[in-house]
Design a protein around this ligand. Structure first.
Ligand SMILES: [Zn+2]
Ligand SMILES: [Zn+2]
Length: 335
């Protein structure tokens, strides 16, 4: 496919889309027509996919209620192996096609370079992929699994406020619809928090080592960030919920993380078709650090003045913000 019909390539070979990134119309100039047009994309394909994967995991790949009632090491270990294998396969599909086989070269690729082409001392063993996998599988998936163990063990024993769909269908369906909003607000809040100077240096700089992110960068985080990131499931533990929705929220965080780190704007399917990845907003966060803390489902970045829509105007706004901050810092009396 000719990616220059959809975007521009600069001298370095980096490709960027011509169309600005549009935040969802939920609160950003909403109109019935805009919302109706956008609504299917709220559910399809990703959120329906995470709900389906949560249902398959819970129904077919989780031990019986009797087993879950007793906390031992066997079934949590099984869940850990199961989740690790699922992440390896799911992220691996993107990695294999786009970064190993390089099926579409660097068509639609934001950064012309492939991370594996050069060694980088910022990473363990000089490799973004090895570093990311050690972090993702070493602490990311274990922390995700630990939250899942808590959900399954407490619901199997009836500890907490677990509801059934048969008795509370409207409330639980509303919670299902709201879960991506919970994810967005939670992620924005913890993300702003770990961008404060001390926490950035200690925790979040690990994730930002991937300036040119690839699929396995998704869970390349400090363990404290893993804890905060997967902590999005806590709302389902402290509020009335259902285990399916708790696992759904975890899958949205765990599997969903790959969406922002694919590194390509579109994935080609055949000669004339391509699927939008929606990766550009988060790519710009990895590139510029202080824009797009969330993904635009709720216009939080717009309200806080950190939205970058990928255009020259977005660049100018970002630069103006930096200048303003620099001027403010310089105006402080010297100590
Ligand atoms: Zn990221
Ligand atoms: Zn960040």
């Amino acid at each position: 496919m000719d990616d220059l019909k959809f975007g521009t390539r600069n001298k370095r070979g980096d490709w960027s889309p011509d169309e600005p990134i549009k935040p969802a119309p939920l609160l950003d100039a909403p109109s019935i027509a805009r919302i109706l047009k956008w609504l299917p994309s709220y559910f399809f394909p990703y959120n329906v996919l995470w709900l389906f994967s949560a249902w398959v995991f819970l129904t077919y790949l989780t031990p019986s209620r009797e087993t879950l009632q007793t906390l031992d090491w066997q079934w949590p270990l099984y869940l850990l192996v199961r989740n690790s294998a699922a992440v390896f396969l799911f992220y691996g599909v993107y990695e294999l096609r786009l970064y190993v086989q390089r099926k579409q070269g660097n068509r639609f690729k934001f950064n012309a370079r492939f991370p594996s082409d050069s060694k980088n001392a910022a990473f363990m063993f000089g490799s973004q992929n090895i570093d990311s996998m050690i972090r993702g599988f070493g602490t990311g998936v274990p922390i995700w699994t630990a939250f899942e163990v808590l959900v399954l063990w407490s619901s199997a024993n009836g500890y907490g406020f677990w509801l059934t769909f048969a008795e509370h269908p409207i409330y639980l369906i509303a919670l299902f619809v709201l879960s991506p909003v919970i994810h967005e607000i939670h992620f924005f809040a913890i993300h702003r928090l770990i961008h404060t100077p001390v926490l950035y240096k200690w925790i979040h700089s690990v994730h930002h080592n991937s300036v040119n992110p690839s699929p396995f960068s998704s869970l390349s985080m400090h363990p404290v960030e893993h804890l905060l990131y997967f902590g999005t499931v806590v709302y389902h533990i402290v509020l009335p919920s259902n285990p399916l929705l708790a696992i759904y929220q975890l899958h949205m965080a765990g599997f969903g993380a790959v969406i922002g780190h694919v590194g390509f704007d579109k994935i080609e399917v055949g000669d004339e078709k391509a699927i939008d990845t929606h990766a550009y907003a988060h790519y710009l966060h990895h590139k510029y650090f202080e824009v797009n803390y969330a993904d635009g489902l709720i216009p939080l970045d717009k309200w806080f003045g950190t939205w970058h829509d990928g255009t020259k105007e977005g660049d100018a706004q970002m630069q103006a913000r930096y200048e303003k901050r620099k001027a403010k810092a310089n105006a402080q009396p010297a100590e």
